[in-house]
Design a binder for this molecule. Sequence first.
Ligand code: FAD
Length: 583
Amino acid sequence: MVDNDANYDLLVIGGTAGGLSAAISSLRSGLGRVRVIEPGSSVAFPELVPENKVEVGYGEQVLSIDADEHHVVVTTDQRSYRTRGCLVALRNRNPQWTPPEGVELSKNVSVDELPESLNGQDILVVGYTNHAAELAATAAAAGAGVVMAAGGIDPALLAPAADAVIRRLERERRATILYRAVPDDIGTSGEFPIAYFNDRRTPDLEFDHIVYASKRIRPAASELGVTSAAIESGKVLFLGRPEEGVDAPSGPAWEIGRLLAEACFPELELQETPSTVQRRVRHESVINELRDEHYNATITAFEQRHSDLWVIRVRPDIGGTSHIPGQYASLGLGYWEDRVDKYADAGIDGKWNKLIRRSYSISHPIFEPSGYLAPPDTEELEFYIVLVQSDENHVAALTPRLGRLQVGDRIYLGPKVAGRYTLSAVESPDTAVVFFATGTGEAPHNSMATELLRKGHTGPIVSTVTVRNWQDLGYLDAHRQLEERFPNYHYLPMPTREQDVPKRYLQDLIRDGDIERALGGTLDPANTHAFLCGNPAMIGLPEEVDGKTTFPETTGVIELLVERGFSIDRRNEPGNIHFEEYW
Ligand SMILES: Cc1cc2nc3c(=O)[nH]c(=O)nc-3n(C[C@H](O)[C@H](O)[C@H](O)COP(=O)(O)OP(=O)(O)OC[C@H]3O[C@@H](n4cnc5c(N)ncnc54)[C@H](O)[C@@H]3O)c2cc1C
């Protein structure tokens, strides 16, 4: 039943993520007269206003919220409204909130305040709340490159508008969302802040500005002149926690739509925005909708080296592919995609509409079709990926879905290429460089070795890789060609399950002197950089136990190199052993 006496069905005070979500879902559910009253000059996600035909009154200050017999009456400094329901969605800075201990605020590290000039700046937003999403969207809209360190985020608990905007920013490659990482320390490099992350997979990243999103709070009812009649009407709702002594319906952004419908519009089933719809119906049209929502790149090549080993090339719709050889990007497919095997993902019903993302080193074709060495940047990124076999104990998520891809299919490509596993420490062209890889751990080395040779590196370059069978060497021919063309390049593949080759591991190549023979000299820490990539057991990273360096029980390559005087390259402590663990 529509009440024609009221000017409005719903007034939302505050164009925040939660306020916009409530307004949009109400409009979608059939309420015709919805207005957002925004005291400031802009709402959280301005692009949603025209897209959803939301009516917004900017710069309007609420003076009082009262109720008569039938309606809520909201008076602002510009006019008076009668409405069936009113949602207070304003969020204020919480003066009690401080950034984590040890974070020093400065010109480039702030709470809630974005710098005035954002275009072309690299901005890190730290936080996982709606407010963090608002800051990230504002920075991206102004032309900044945005990373959001949102460790601990649960997208289902965001306001639907914030969830949708974050996904759009990712799809359009305008922001990188780190779903697990949070900086545990902020340092400086010259005048710029560097974020050191808690997650060892996320490299140290330098930014122009770091902004912490505070946990905001709702205003007190008295600040907006809410009368007791308005509270008693039950038709004035608050976004956020309930206020002590004020008995008005309150709730978090993801739930406020339902509370609003219950309190003010019993005839309506408030529609949720597409992101939060529980897509139980596994219908082709829903799958296409999900693909459109999430995927932002196209598969341009899918070469099967054998049924479980692939070289894949990906072209992004928007944004470049620029990277430093050795770095990685992220690829993703939805759980809704079919698998190549018979296994079922645990708890698939709860995550069927979610994206699976994994990191992949950027590989390299080595040669162009013309026969020249291929340059590092092309319009596509190449990846070298192996199918991870599932069994009863572990069901792999992404690779069994990647295995079904064909040229022309769509995929998610993360916006940020990252990683400090690069050649930056190799400063002199006569340095010896040794690469150690297991399986697809060779991917970054293809790119790094090509880069060295393209730049006229004169020192010896030895690339070693261990695999099970000859057929697992996806780039064997290209490496053999490199050896023919460049006398300082040597490729030592080590299949462990072939009759014609004795079973030896990369560690044996060090112990038995094979590496030194290939180098044409000693494995000298003074003039050699070692790069280790792939299986953590091959790498053998030591742990600090009671201040003592303890190596794993099975000797890894690091232990053998350390015995020869090499040292691990660590944050703030340069060394000549560089490593990238795949799990
Ligand atoms: C920085 C980085 C770069 C990476 N680059 C590559 C790459 O270039 N090519 C690539 O194939 N993988 C790469 N990986 C691994 C990749 O991110 C995924 O973990 C892998 O593809 C498995 O994903 P999944 O969802 O199928 O399996 P999940 O369900 O995530 O299973 C993970 C398990 O699979 C096994 N596993 C993971 N990677 C491999 C692998 N390469 N070979 C054999 N077993 C593996 C491990 O036991 C691991 O615990 C990289 C990982 C990191 C952190």
